[in-house]
Design a protein around this ligand. Structure first.
Ligand code: SD4
Length: 303
């Protein structure tokens, strides 16, 4: 795993998130500050149709966001089906810090965001609305693999599914992570993906590792994917072997049902060891080392 990573994020656009996270760490911020700052980057990016502002809506035209944040002391906060709020990852952090709960959903999450002073903002951009109206003509729900790396290439042309998952470690080997997404484009109203669910989109355990996932969330949720990756690491597998194990498990469990489906996992060990693996070619991730150098890598794939 080379020199080891300090910040790891899913997809090409993770490089910008890593830069923000690394800057927070360098300025003395905590690991939670870093992963939150990283998640906020794609959330605010109008060219990214799969996270936050300008995310593609559900099939009723509502942009609904899922996010989670977690550290290695077991602190966790999440929101699901949050609306009218750009920074879902920050609301998730408030859930962690200000409530006795680990997750708020729907109207309750949105009301909590207002109570906490997060500005109300319409998330459906004209471009995303046009994509939705175009989609309604066929209403064919067919998630497309690796569309995350094609942000703003074909406005409205593709069924975006994306997430940013971001993992960070400090010099002492402590770990934290976050995951934020607008979920699958044109999903059913009320659909919640893997991303905000602990052990699915994100899992972090002190001294063992951190893992995050991306792709078609249902395929991650049904196997509690990141909980499984970290459990394998606890049992002695490297982050790479652990990511490969869960991908092989999904493939053997699901057979033909996952043909053409993308799922990718990213894992980070306490010494900065990196693992990444996916079903189909095309999953990339950004790794930033302790000196702040970022390289975008292609993950290995099963097929
Ligand atoms: C979801 N896993 O909502 C997310 C989408 C995603 O890359 O990660 N896409 O299913």
């Amino acid at each position: 795993a080379g020199p080891g990573a300090t910040v790891l994020s899913t997809w090409d656009f993770g490089a910008a998130a890593n830069a923000a996270a690394f800057a927070r760490l360098s300025a003395g911020g905590s690991l939670l500050d870093a992963v939150e700052a990283g998640g906020m980057v794609p959330e605010a990016d109008p060219a990214n149709h799969s996270v936050g502002y300008s995310g593609y809506p559900d099939r009723d035209g509502h942009v609904t966001l899922d996010a989670v944040i977690m550290d290695d002391t077991g602190q966790v906060g999440a929101v699901a089906a949050l609306e009218d709020t750009v920074h879902a990852v920050s609301v998730a952090r408030r859930v962690m810090e200000k409530t006795p709960h680990t997750m708020l959903v729907g109207d309750g999450a949105t009301r909590f965001a207002r109570d906490q002073g997060f500005p109300q903002r319409a998330l459906l951009t004209p471009e995303a609305e046009k994509a939705w109206r175009d989609w309604l003509r066929t209403a064919n729900y067919r998630p497309e693999a690796n569309v995350e790396n094609r942000v703003s290439r074909t406005p409205g042309g593709a069924l975006d599914h994306d997430t940013i998952g971001i993992l960070a470690r400090d010099a002492a080997g402590r770990l934290a992570g976050a995951c934020t997404t607008s979920g699958m484009a044109f999903k059913m109203r009320g659909r919640v993906g893997d991303s905000p669910q602990v052990g699915c989109g994100l899992f972090v355990e002190r001294g063992v590792g951190a893992a995050t996932s991306t792709g078609l969330g249902e395929e991650v949720t049904r196997v509690a994917g990141t909980a499984r990756v970290v459990a394998s690491m606890r049992a002695g597998l490297s982050p790479q072997a652990a990511c490969e194990e869960v991908v092989r498990h999904i493939a053997s469990l699901r057979g033909d049902a996952i043909r053409g489906v993308q799922v990718g996992f990213l894992a980070l060990g306490p010494q900065g060891e990196v693992g990444a693996f996916c079903l189909l070619p095309g999953f990339t991730y950004a790794a930033t080392d302790a000196a702040g150098r970022t390289v975008v890598h292609k993950a290995g794939s099963l097929f």
